[in-house]
Ligand binder design. Sequence first.
Ligand code: CAA
Length: 445
Amino acid sequence: MTAVGIDAIEIWTGKLKLDLPNTFAPEKGEDPEKYTKGLGLNASSFPDAHEDIVTMGANAAHRLMDRKGLTPDDIGRIDVATESAFDNSKPVSTYIAGCLEQVYDGDFHHANKGERKFACVAGTQAIDDAYNWIKAGRNRGRSALVVATDTALYARGDPGEATQGAGAVAMLISEDPSVLELSTEQGYGSADETDFLKPNQQFPSVDGKRSMQVYLARMREAVEDFESVSGDTHPDDFEYIPFHTPFPGMVRKAGLLGYRHMIRDTTVEEELADEIGFQPREDEFEDREAYEEAIRDYMDKLKETDQYREWYGNTIDPTLSISREVGNWYTGSVHIARASALRHALNEGIDLTGKRLLVGSYGSGAQAEVHAETVQDGWKDEIEASNIDAQIEDRYDLSFEEYEKVHDRHNHDKTIEIEDFTVPDGEFVFTGRGRMNERMYDFVE
Ligand code: CAA
């Protein structure tokens, strides 16, 4: 069977930064630790005046193609996953292809282009589509370009404002991939939910607290569905478990729930029993409420155990380092979680080849997807080539007044002109609107 998976990854962060503890918290009258400790975020990325979902996606894709020495003929498919699209008809992938055609000889006229929508899980779904296209033998030896790109903005004053972010992840999906092979096995947890949605509006309608419950419920269903085809999961099976990360505090909750699930009926549960007892079983309780209270009590104890802390520190915490500095990137979020983990392994000298990851994607509305990935021997070269640390470091640090202007600039209901904060250098930029209100782009040397 041909191995199919991720052959290359490039990340592009919005070039501006909002410092949450030092700039945002004082204006909101909040304790800075609500952001750094509670939500787990230090900063959010924002797009500069010349940036949007197209420029960020095209810039990530351009870097990827240059680094891998690709031409348009090598790409048979371009899918963009986004929940920040500005057009209900013309897909963002056509704009990105148009940008790339400005800098490459040849064109993408024979590449199938589309746009994937299911909130934040759409990036993983686009990878899935590419995987199926290649497995079906329809790719004619070519690879698929998947771009997850979002400006994750909330209305000013919405509790979600603290979790904003902007950036893109471009991934090349190929046969015999250098970085990660994807499992055939997958699990889904999917239900009609109204936790977070954008009914033809730019800023989301969010029921924040409920959205967290829905995330956990759907993720649990997806894990159980995955186990029904791959067998039970165990904490020792996976080197890292990247989750969709709207903010690291959400993943703290998902990690604890996942660990409890995985250790059930294992020797780990037995070993912990002396200290915290066995996990409550529903049939031991008269009603659901009493059972849920007992579960909450067990989880409170579980999270203080050395075993859990060590597992969380090794398996989950390394997935959160980029997210802490850039905020929520919606469709790109789980893909920067995976990249964070690989970057951590590189920095720590951990040999990952042949090791497995369990990847938990999630989109509001709502659907979770879980699959496994096996690290391939080209992973190190790929992660070494990434310049994401420098990009994060180089962002322009906004004052609160500047942040307000940037937010307005990217508000579709406002027409605000502001000066760029950074100087474009070897990148695509937004230049204005054309005759049919289309957005226009140029490459700046
Ligand atoms: N020191 C340390 N911790 C503090 C603190 C302090 N001074 N002040 C507060 N905290 C903690 C709180 O205890 C809380 O942690 P726990 O949940 O573990 O108790 C955390 O910081 C956040 O505090 P609040 O709950 O008071 O924060 P909030 O109500 O202002 O906002 C939110 C939280 C509702 C999640 C909001 O950020 C939001 O609406 N976000 C957008 C929706 C979202 O991201 N949902 C996630 C699931 S949906 C999804 O994943 C899809 C997606 O991408 C959007």
